[in-house]
Write a new protein. Sequence first.
Length: 270
Amino acid sequence: MKRISALLLFTFSFCFAASIEVVSTTSQIAAVVSEIGKDCVNIAVLIPPGICPGHYEIKPNDIKKLWNGGVLFYHGWEGFIDDISKSVPGAGPRMFKIDVSGSWLVPEIQIKAAEKIADVLRNIDPERKKFYETNLEFYKNQMKELDRKIKNFVYENNLIGIKVVCSEMQKYFLKYLKFDVIDCFGRDEEITPGEIARLIDSIKNHKVKIIVSNLQSGTSTGEMLAKRTSVPHVIISNFPGGFENTKTIEATIMKNINLLKTAAYNNTNR
């Protein structure tokens, strides 16, 4: 309790100076920036959390957000970054790539992302260096505790080893949860009839218990597979804010694993 109180006091004492204007391409990055920067950053998110980020096209209003000295955090896979750098004078030095590989739904990956983001904030705002470092350590401890919480949840609800066919975008998260990933599928628009036939065979031959779609990649493939095989279908989200009341990474993860639990228990042949 004393540690938390000290952090809160530190937060209030360091945010009287002007806040940093941050533009984040996704809610994944924004959620972490918010944890490290607290009230010392104002964050705008470009890509709505419920849509496929690969389909997003940059808008004039998005570019305007960077004209007044703001900084941009991005992953590196966004297709519109070159458009921004060409459209905003001097944007290059204020654009920071947070190129962390792996699923951002995994606490270990969250820690890596937080370290990169904290490093950027320290460099562009050295006067509040200690503030960002304190918040980083606090968040790293939060993620370590969340990792324990997730693993306990999976173990206590007998979810380890459950066979799934899933969206490619959720494969690494499900493997982290110790689900048995039998096969994967891409975005709805990428699926061919031959792939559908292959996936149905995998589901039947391996006695798959759950079909898992990624909200942002489309759900039609998962729905079709569920209809053809009578296997429970569940939709989970890669991004904070994809579902109601999931603004933080922890809320997003806990929503996802509760949805997976419900789907597993809905399978009468489990």
